[in-house]
Design a protein around this ligand. Structure first.
Ligand code: KIV
Length: 271
């Protein structure tokens, strides 16, 4: 029996239980079948079909251009690759802001057409009505506070958020509001570690940090970043576990050289 068959399916309840017993949650992004299968087999708890697909898959500068249809396509591919992970899908920019009815319609499309298990949206009190509406339809919602990349043109920079007292206080209030509205977890992105720990301890639901220190209930990284596929992006919070960029470059140069020098294919590699 393969490893993934032995792992129990992760649910939102599992994540709550993990927080209660102090077991950290490991989350990564996935956008396709092959990566999702490997990450699932490795025992990752949550796969996020992030709108970072807009950057790492489509090559856009921001997360804003990716569409709901494109997110659903990525989510369908990821769902086909998993056995036990909880799959969460980002509601893309323009599919929920300022309109809780549209937020529900977009979430229903994601759930129905992809088979994913939950959606994620960015923002605090301004999206709490949407969170209520989506969860009342039986769809689990993950929140996202701190650096929220869909608001990059409001922030003007990808720097650390909530460093001043006013923004930190707003984040504490927003986290409580998201919990009250029914979120099952909240991503905290690029905020001071002390604030992230305080917010995590004040909530019943788990927090998942990215650049938010170790006092949160779990961690998330963009898979292309932790595998070293992307050489340009080097924030302090990123730990690279591989240097796939260089390895792929070297392998590709070798392959190309082998083809041109008639080394590939050899006699054993043909029929
Ligand atoms: O889209 C994404 O990859 C994300 C993570 C950075 C949390 O939202």
């Amino acid at each position: 029996m393969s490893v993934q068959k032995e792992l129990k399916k992760i649910t939102t309840r599992t994540l709550l239980d993990m927080k209660q017993r102090g077991e950290k949650i490991a989350m990564l992004t996935a956008y396709d079948f092959t990566f999702a299968s490997i990450l699932d087999e490795a025992g990752i708890d949550v796969l996020l079909v992030g709108d970072s697909a807009s950057n790492v898959m489509a090559g856009h500068e921001t997360t804003l251009p990716i569409t709901l249809d494109q997110m659903i396509y990525h989510a369908q591919s990821v769902v086909r690759g998993i056995n036990h992970c909880l799959v969460v899908v980002d509601l893309p920019f323009g599919s929920y802001q300022g309109n809780s009815k549209r937020a529900l319609e977009s979430s229903i499309r994601i759930m129905k057409e992809s088979g994913a298990h939950a959606v994620k949206l960015e923002g605090g009190s301004e999206v709490s009505e949407s969170v209520r509406r989506i969860t009342s339809a039986g769809i689990p919602v993950m929140g996202h506070l701190g650096l929220t990349p869909q608001s990059i043109y409001k922030f003007g920079t990808y720097t650390v958020r909530a460093k001043d007292d006013d923004e930190a206080e707003k984040l504490r209030i927003d986290a409580r509001k998201l919990e009250q509205a029914g979120c099952f977890a909240i991503v905290l992105e690029k905020i001071p570690a002390k604030l992230a720990m305080e917010v995590s301890q004040s909530l019943e639901i788990p927090t998942i940090g990215i650049g938010a220190g170790s006092g949160v209930d779990g961690q998330v990284l963009v898979t292309h970043d932790f595998l070293g596929l992307n050489k340009e992006f080097s924030p302090r919070f990123l730990r690279r576990y591989l240097n796939l960029h260089d390895q792929i470059l070297e392998a590709t140069r070798k392959y190309s050289g082998d083809v041109k020098s008639l080394d590939f294919p050899n006699e054993k590699e043909q029929y």
